[in-house]
Design a protein around this ligand. Structure first.
Ligand code: B4P
Length: 213
C-alpha cells in the first residue's frame, strides 16, 4: 500500500514531464548519415541524443562485460542482441526525464526493439512523433564507411566484408522497422545523398512541419 502510494506520488510528476516531449527516430542503413545529422539536429532542437552505437562503443572503451560481449557481434557486422540494447535505452530514458525530447539514432534496429520502445514510451505517456528515413544507395554506403574507416579506428569500418554483413543485417532485420512505423503513418523518407547541409535542411523542414501540425 505504502509502496503504491510512493509510486503514484513519484511517477505522476515524471510522467507529466515525458508528455511534452518531441521524440524522433533517425532511421537508415549503416553509413546513411544518422550520426552526422544527429549532431546537427540535437544542436538545433535541443533533443537528447540516444545513439546505441555510441553507447555500445563507450561500453567497449570502458572494457565492461557488456562492451566485451557487444564487441564480438559488432566486429562481425552483426546486431547486438535485442535485450542488451533495450536495457540500455530503458535506463537512458529513465535517467533523462527533463529532456525536451529524444533523438533515437541507430535504434530501433529490429521489430522487437521497436515494439519495446513503443511500450517504454507509452508507459511514460509519450510516443514517437516521426521516423525520418534516410535513403542512400548501397555503393555510396560502402564508399562512405570505407572512407570513415581510414580515420575512425572503428574495426567495423575497415573491412569490406564486415561492411557488407552490416548492410545485409540492415536489409534482413532493420528495414522492417520502417514497415512497423508505416502502419501508424509515422515514416517520412528523405534523400540522404547530397551535401550534409542540404540533407540537414530537408530533415529540418520535415521536423518543423511535424511540430506545427
Ligand atoms: P552505429 O554506430 O549505429 O553505426 P552506423 O550505422 O555505421 O553509422 P551512421 O549511420 O550513424 O554513420 P554516418 O552515416 O553518420 O552502429 C554500429 C554497430 O553497432 C552496428 O553494426 C551494430 O553491430 C551495433 N548496434 C548499434 N545499434 C544497435 C541496435 N539498436 N541493435 C543492435 N546492434 C546495434 O556516417 C558514415 C560516414 O558517412 C561518415 O564518415 C560521414 O562523415 C559520412 N557522411 C555522412 N553524411 C554524408 C554525406 N551527406 N555525404 C558524404 N559523406 C557523408
Amino acid at each position: 500500500m505504502l509502496k503504491n502510494l510512493i509510486r503514484v506520488y513519484y511517477i505522476c510528476p515524471l510522467t507529466r514531464l515525458f508528455e511534452d516531449m518531441f521524440n524522433l527516430i533517425l532511421f537508415g542503413p549503416p553509413g546513411s548519415g544518422k550520426g552526422t545529422q544527429s549532431e546537427k539536429l540535437i544542436a538545433k532542437y535541443g533533443l537528447k541524443h540516444l545513439s546505441t552505437g555510441d553507447l555500445l562503443r563507450s561500453e567497449i572503451a570502458g572494457q565492461t562485460p557488456l562492451g566485451l560481449a557487444a564487441k564480438s557481434f559488432m566486429d562481425k557486422g552483426q546486431l547486438v542482441p535485442d535485450e542488451v540494447v533495450i536495457e540500455m535505452i530503458s535506463s537512458a530514458l529513465d535517467n533523462n526525464p527533463q529532456a525536451k525530447g529524444f533523438l533515437f539514432d541507430g535504434f530501433p534496429r529490429t521489430t522487437a526493439q521497436a515494439e519495446s520502445l513503443d511500450k517504454l514510451l507509452t508507459q511514460k505517456n509519450t510516443e514517437i512523433a516521426v521516423v525520418l528515413a534516410l535513403q542512400v544507395t548501397k555503393a555510396e554506403l560502402v564508399k562512405r564507411l570505407l572512407n570513415r574507416g581510414l580515420t575512425s579506428g572503428r574495426s567495423d569500418d575497415t573491412n569490406e566484408e564486415v561492411i557488407g554483413a552490416r548492410i545485409e543485417e540492415y536489409e534482413k532485420k532493420t528495414a522492417a522497422v520502417a514497415d512497423h512505423y508505416k502502419k501508424y503513418g509515422k515514416v517520412l523518407f528523405v534523400k540522404g545523398e547530397g551535401t550534409v547541409d542540404t540533407i540537414f535542411d530537408a530533415l529540418c523542414h520535415e521536423i518543423d512541419l511535424k511540430k506545427r501540425a
